[in-house]
Design a protein around this ligand. Structure first.
Ligand SMILES: *Cc1c(COP(=O)(O)O)cnc(C)c1O
Length: 379
């Protein structure tokens, strides 16, 4: 089945009582047993809920995984995956991963016996060098946020497989519509469903997908034990949003491409980062492992020509806000907003500058969006 069909239909036919076309919300904390030791598949909503199960089935199908667990937030999904490790274990990851993930690894888990190497993941030799006898996991984010560096999934996962390391890919930026890491051999895919999967900026959520039954059971165990599963209401919203994912992704991408081309030719812009531009240095890899470019881009503003604060103040349609992947266009300053938790040292290592501006292209008219940027970029 095509992903557009799966997005609309998988996991949805759940009401056998009235045959409602839309999956019902089951806002219940608990489920009645029919008799001692016998229930209809659910006993308590932290451990399982039919609305959440429908979403899990849907996301697993889109990613091509065996099963999924829907969590309260993206960070809850990432936290859960880290619980697969034991004190003493080591993780190799990028120095330009999502700011919240960086903080969780560096501040929270590093104090609890797990060590991390934050490296330049585009450099395969650096990945090889970072692997130690205690390494258990390679954590990949591609494209990176916000500079859109691409990690070679097949090469890094191939290396990990030789050493029997778990590979996890945060697929939030492209969504399964544009990238399916299981096809490159990944063990686990995580999502912040807050972003493209839900797509309407009205819920926070996460998902963990695996293509191995035992691993899936372990993950489900931890989601329940840690108490990080998603509420039925929120799961229902994500399931509703997901149905239009393919069409939204096409629109996000179209707008991002047009905005990137406009910015690339602008005299007040020093550099543009977008995977769909010929100037992106990793075109061969992009074409090999991605089915599209996504809707995220970033650029370096020439602050000698246009003042940073003034630029943001002039924006009329783009909203100055963190987050991404919703139908509305957002613009933000990674240094002081989305990536501030990395600290000056982490920011420098990742390549983000005080002049870096990130855009999440929405699905509005591209002409209106470009006009908004044009007027804000005037000296
Ligand atoms: C937003 C985001 C997260 C965290 O998700 P929340 O839903 O905000 O907890 C993790 N990874 C990436 C790539 C993200 O963009």
């Amino acid at each position: 089945m095509d992903i557009r069909t799966k997005a609309v239909l998988t996991g949805t036919a759940k009401d056998t009582q009235y045959n409602s076309v839309i999956t019902p919300i089951y806002p219940t904390s608990t489920f009645r047993f029919e008799e001692l030791g016998k229930h209809k598949g659910y006993d308590y909503t932290r451990s399982g809920n039919p609305t959440r199960a429908a979403l899990e089935e849907n996301i697993a199908a889109l990613e091509g995984g065996l099963g999924a667990s829907a969590t309260a937030t993206g960070m809850a999904a990432i936290t859960t995956v880290l619980f697969l490790l034991e004190p003493g274990d080591h993780v190799v990851t990028g120095n330009d991963i999502y700011g919240g993930t960086y903080r969780l690894f560096k501040d929270v888990f590093a104090k609890r016996g797990i060590s991390f190497s934050f490296i330049h993941m585009m450099d395969l030799a650096a990945v090889k060098k970072a692997i130690r006898p205690s390494t258990r996991m390679i954590w990949i984010e591609t494209p990176s946020n916000p500079l859109l560096h691409i990690v070679d999934l097949e090469a890094v996962i191939g290396l990990a497989k030789k050493k029997k390391l778990l590979t996890v890919v945060d697929n939030t930026f492209l969504s399964p519509y544009f990238q399916r890491p299981f096809e490159s051999g990944a063990d686990i895919v995580v999502h912040s469903t807050t972003k493209y999967l839900n797509g309407h900026s009205d819920v926070v959520g996460g998902a963990i997908v695996s293509n191995n039954k035992l691993l899936g059971e372990k993950i489900h165990y931890f989601v329940n034990a840690l108490g990080v599963s998603q509420s039925p209401f929120d799961a229902w919203l994500v399931l509703r949003g997901i149905k239009t994912l393919p069409y939204r992704m096409e629109a996000h991408q179209r707008n991002a491409q047009k905005i990137a081309s406009f910015l690339e030719g602008h005299p007040s812009v020093k550099q543009v980062y977008f995977t769909g531009l010929e100037s992106h240095p990793q075109q061969t890899l992009i074409k090999k492992q991605m089915k599209g470019f996504g809707g995220m881009l970033a650029f370096e503003l020439d602050t000698k020509k246009v003042l940073l604060k003034g630029f943001f103040k002039k924006m009329k349609l783009f909203q100055l806000a963190e987050s991404l992947g919703g139908v509305e266009s957002l613009i933000e300053h990674p240094w002081s907003m989305s990536h501030a938790s990395m600290g000056p040292e982490g920011l420098k290592a990742s390549g983000i500058t005080k002049e870096t501006i990130r855009i999440s292209a929405g699905i509005e008219s591209p002409d209106d969006l470009i006009e908004d940027l044009r007027q804000a970029l005037q000296k």
